[in-house]
Design a binder for this molecule. Structure first.
Ligand SMILES: O=C(O)CCC(=O)C(=O)O
Ligand SMILES: [Mn+2]
Length: 206
């Protein structure tokens, strides 16, 4: 029988809310135990159909500095790139179910990012595409190497630059007006040789 990937319900209630001016991020630091998260990391690295797409930045075609996979029931794209949609994977569906149970929200898609080492990154952006709706709830699960997650307010919005640690097995909930007011990035980390996988569960309106 497959080992239960999740820690028990009582532990899941432990969360911390980070205040960002008028917004917030809720963190479940141990949504998965460290060993469960590391096992899942290896499974996803081996079995997900990862792709490295190209996007056009300032008129120049460049490889996205990480591998990605878009999965679920709805299509999606950003920066002029339409992501190829994959069906729900058996390693990912149970995570979706569990996060839906925890949040009471529904998710119809997930973007998986695979940062092979500290050279991989995601640049400043907000997840504010119209098809995510005005105030999307995004659930972000981190597996593998701990990396900093930086936030800065959009021009004219209150607050200052801040940074959270994305721990192995932690889950962040990003909701309400966060994507309207804040940008985020995962900077490169020279010298880091360990992989990280992130899954952002989303609801896409088609
Ligand atoms: O890897 C992360 O923690 C963040 C990824 C992200 O912001 C995104 O895919 O939109
Ligand atoms: Mn994002």
């Amino acid at each position: 029988m497959q080992e239960n990937l999740f820690i028990n319900h009582a532990d899941l209630k432990e969360f911390e809310t980070h205040a960002l001016a008028d917004d917030w991020i809720r963190e479940y630091p141990a949504f998965l135990s460290a060993s469960e998260a590391s096992q899942l990391l290896q499974g996803l690295i081996a079995h997900i159909p990862w792709r490295q797409d190209q996007i056009r930045i300032a008129g120049v075609q460049r490889l996205v500095p990480r591998l990605q996979c878009w999965m679920g029931d709805a299509g999606y794209g950003y920066s002029g790139l339409r992501l190829q949609r994959e069906p729900w994977h058996e390693l990912v569906s149970p995570l979706k179910d569990r996060i839906e149970e925890l949040t009471g929200a529904q998710f119809n898609s997930v973007l998986l990012n695979y940062y092979r080492n500290g050279q991989d990154s995601v640049a400043w952006h907000a997840d504010d595409e119209p098809e995510l709706g005005r105030n999307p709830l995004i659930a972000s699960l981190s597996l593998g190497a701990e990396r900093p997650f930086e936030l800065r307010p959009k021009p004219g919005c209150p607050g200052g630059k801040c940074r959270l640690r994305l721990r192995n097995g932690s889950l962040l909930l990003l909701g309400d007006t966060l994507q309207q007011h804040w940008m985020h990035q995962l900077p490169k980390q020279p010298g880091l040789d360990e992989p990280r996988v992130n899954l952002t569960f989303r609801w896409v309106c088609e």
